[in-house]
Design a binder for this molecule. Structure first.
Ligand SMILES: [Fe+2]
Length: 246
């Protein structure tokens, strides 16, 4: 058993490791591993600090929403993980084929709370303050790939916005890479494209939280307005890092 595999087994996260081994970049695997290491060190999972202040994404995402989203919603996923004895996280399976039924094994603990922890940890890094007046656009290899796949950034933006808007209920909209191809997909609740239950699996490049808790205080029922404003604070530098990571 490799060190990494042994580590995940010890953490009760072997199923996640198995998924990650096939589908996740090393960077994302390292991020997941570091989430697990928190539990090795102190056995609580901990809330990561935001890389900017709560009001830094104003006026596009407001301070109150960011504060509550981070300190209440994300914290709640972390708390729930910590309240659950690791023996109850039924994820210690050596047989990777069982991970196809991750929802069956994970119950709400792994699927919802670890999913919520992983998704939000990634999401915070995929946002960045934008006080500039110039357009916020991807560059480099990611820009080339988007243009190749979707013909133009504007077309990609239209398709991603539509997909995020039409996703029914709580969930996430993702830009993922699968076998060299960029795809837009959504997942319900706190599922993500790293999970085998996801309709489309792949490496996460960009993420948008479309839970009402991500926008309701400022935008109420107008998810379309939240999405339209989110484009201003999407962190394309981080997305390109994820895209080119192996
Ligand atoms: Fe959220």
């Amino acid at each position: 058993m490799s060190d990494r595999r042994a580590f995940f087994k010890k953490m009760g996260l072997l199923g996640l490791s198995g998924i990650a081994t096939k589908l996740v970049s090393n960077e994302q695997l390292n991020a997941l591993e570091s989430l697990g290491k928190e539990a090795v060190q102190t056995n609580p999972f901990t809330l990561p600090a935001l890389p900017y202040s709560y009001n830094a994404l104003e006026p596009f995402i407001d301070e109150q929403t960011m504060t509550i989203h981070h300190t209440k919603h994300h914290q709640a996923y972390v708390n729930k993980l910590n309240e659950t004895p690791s023996t109850n996280i039924d994820f210690q399976v050596d047989d990777m084929t069982k991970c196809k039924n991750i929802d069956q094994y994970s119950s709400s603990v792994i699927r919802n709370n670890l999913g919520g922890h992983v998704n939000h940890t990634l999401f915070w890094t995929l946002l960045k303050p934008n006080k500039e007046t110039k357009a916020n656009l991807p560059s480099g290899k990611l820009a080339e790939a988007i243009n190749k796949e979707f013909k133009s950034f504007d077309e990609f933006k239209k398709l991603f916005s539509e997909k995020a808007l039409k996703h029914f209920g709580s969930g996430w909209c993702w830009l993922i890479e699968q076998n060299g191809k960029l795809m837009i997909t959504t997942t319900p609740n706190q599922d993500n494209p790293l999970m085998k239950v996801a309709e489309q699996q792949g490496k996460i490049v960009m993420a948008l939280d479309v839970w009402e808790h991500a926008y309701y205080l400022k935008y109420q029922n107008k998810r379309a307005d939240y999405i339209a404003n989110w484009w201003n604070v999407a962190n394309w530098q981080k997305a390109e890092e994820l895209y080119i990571s192996k």
